[in-house]
Write a new protein. Structure first.
Length: 119
């Protein structure tokens, strides 16, 4: 029987290969230390959850939300609380924002990084 951690890793691997258009677009702007030299990972395991994007140096998690998240607000809140309790800040961004306003999203992420530097 596979361990819970092993299942989470397998899920993360699958999600990396099955990225949404929004995830792919944001990843193209975050990968290879393009944003202020910070290293981001995609589909990174944190406890029982898989964060869409993760930056250890800034202690920042970025979660992309599609229309299905309107129906799972309580689950998203529990997930956010768990990640915050683990010591990370969480920035939630709607998929449509990434598609239509990528520069504004990148600025929000840069602002979150700056805030983490001041903490």
């Amino acid at each position: 029987m596979a361990s819970k951690q092993g299942l989470t890793r397998d899920t993360a691997r699958r999600l990396r290969s099955d990225q949404t258009n929004a995830e792919n677009r944001l990843w193209s702007r975050l990968r290879a230390r393009q944003l202020e030299g910070f290293k981001f990972r995609r589909q990174h395991s944190i406890g029982p959850f898989v964060a869409d994007f993760f930056c250890l140096e800034a202690r920042l998690v970025i979660e992309l939300d599609g229309s299905q998240h309107a129906d799972q607000l309580a689950d998203d809140q529990r997930r956010t609380e768990f990640i915050r309790d683990a010591g990370y800040s969480v920035l939630r961004v709607w998929n449509h924002e990434v598609i239509s306003e990528i520069d504004e999203v990148i600025q929000r992420i840069a602002d979150a990084i700056e805030k983490s530097r001041q903490s």
